[in-house]
Write a protein that binds this ligand. Structure first.
Ligand code: NAD
Length: 312
């Protein structure tokens, strides 16, 4: 039987460490780390995610400020809010929940967040820093994946890893993180020829395709480790909605270890967001921010500065 990697337990431990760091900051007379969460519209899944993030802040002692904006919010007014949050010294992390309504250009909005406050790690500055191994804020789900692998391996050097999926928020950053750890990484996608053949040789398979039960038992070599990032909502035989991953879980029991869905990667994502917020706060307070962002209430950017970052 494969070992089950318990993402909930690993996430709990990370939250305890984050809470301890927050306490230490407050005891040292530093401000409490602050996370601004921006939600535009009423997407039900987004409401759930935002609710969990706010709850995570409460339990770790991070100050959270929610900005709920109506569906018809214009891109300009969202950018104005982000500029205000960029300049607010009590806000150390800014999270804009995606998807945004269709009339808003998500790329423009995410690029308007100061890289030092970009706790999702999506800003091109943070992407570039990750790609060049020069620090920055690492996207939460990929960071969570590496923390789960660390519960199984002391060292990833020379291991063969197949990443299924090449998205900017999951597949590619995972590949970058594992290359930094000296693993040999093959990034695959929907057009990849012979995905089963590549998986068969892998020491580690990271499935992030959003394709339910894609990875079959005979794709997995004896003793491999499998991280299942995929989450798809399907209707079960009982008519109830359930979450399924990208791995045919019961077929891969000859693996060394596997993450379940739910209870694997999912819980790590929010815990890594909270940890990123504390990291961002510490860097800003020590003046080591990645973008050298000047926090000064008297120095609010004017509109031309805000919109110089827009592509339109
Ligand atoms: P995406 O749709 O942006 O990218 C999917 C990638 O998988 C693409 O590169 C595509 O080419 C590849 N792919 C799709 N079907 C494939 C197949 N049959 N064979 C090989 N490759 C295939 O998705 P994403 O945002 O990267 O998310 C991927 C999955 O991870 C989704 O199920 C998503 O819900 C889940 N996810 C989970 C968390 C979490 O916290 N656990 C966070 C983010 C995403």
């Amino acid at each position: 039987m494969a070992d089950i990697i318990d993402g909930r337990a690993v996430a709990r431990k990370l939250d305890e460490e984050t809470a301890a760091e927050v306490r230490a900051m407050v005891e040292a007379g530093l401000p409490r780390p602050g996370l601004a969460v921006v939600l535009v519209g009423n997407d039900p899944a987004s409401e759930v995610y935002v609710g969990r993030k706010i709850k995570g802040c409460e339990s770790t002692g991070i100050l959270s400020v929610e900005h709920r904006l109506p569906e018809e919010t214009t891109q300009d007014s969202l950018l104005t809010l982000i500029a205000r949050l960029n300049a607010d010294p009590s806000v150390h992390g800014i999270l804009v929940q995606v998807p945004l309504p269709k009339h808003i250009d998500t790329g423009v909005v995410l690029r308007a967040i100061a890289p030092s406050k970009d706790v999702d790690g999506f800003h091109p500055v943070n992407v570039g820093r990750l790609s060049t191994g020069t620090g920055g804020i690492v996207p939460c789900t990929p960071l969570g994946v590496t923390k789960l692998l660390d519960t199984v391996f002391d060292d990833l050097t020379g291991l063969d890893v197949v990443v299924i999926g090449k998205s900017n928020i999951v597949g590619k950053p995972i590949a970058m993180l594992l290359l930094e750890r000296e693993a040999t990484v093959t990034v695959t996608h929907i057009e990849t020829k012979d995905l089963p053949g590549l998986c068969c040789k892998a020491d580690i398979i990271i499935a992030a395709a959003g394709a339910p039960r894609l990875v079959k038992g005979d794709w997995v070599k004896e003793g491999a480790v499998i991280i299942d990032v995929g989450i798809t909502r399907i209707k079960g035989e009982d008519g109830k909605t359930k979450l399924v991953g990208d791995v045919a879980f019961e077929e891969v029991q000859h693996a060394r270890a596997v993450t379940p869905v739910p209870g694997g990667v999912g819980p790590m994502t929010i815990s890594c967001l909270l940890a990123n917020t504390v990291q961002a706060a510490k860097e800003q307070l020590s003046g080591k921010s990645s973008d050298g962002f000047q926090i000064d209430w008297d120095d609010l950017p004017d509109r031309s500065m805000i919109f110089s970052q827009s592509e339109d």
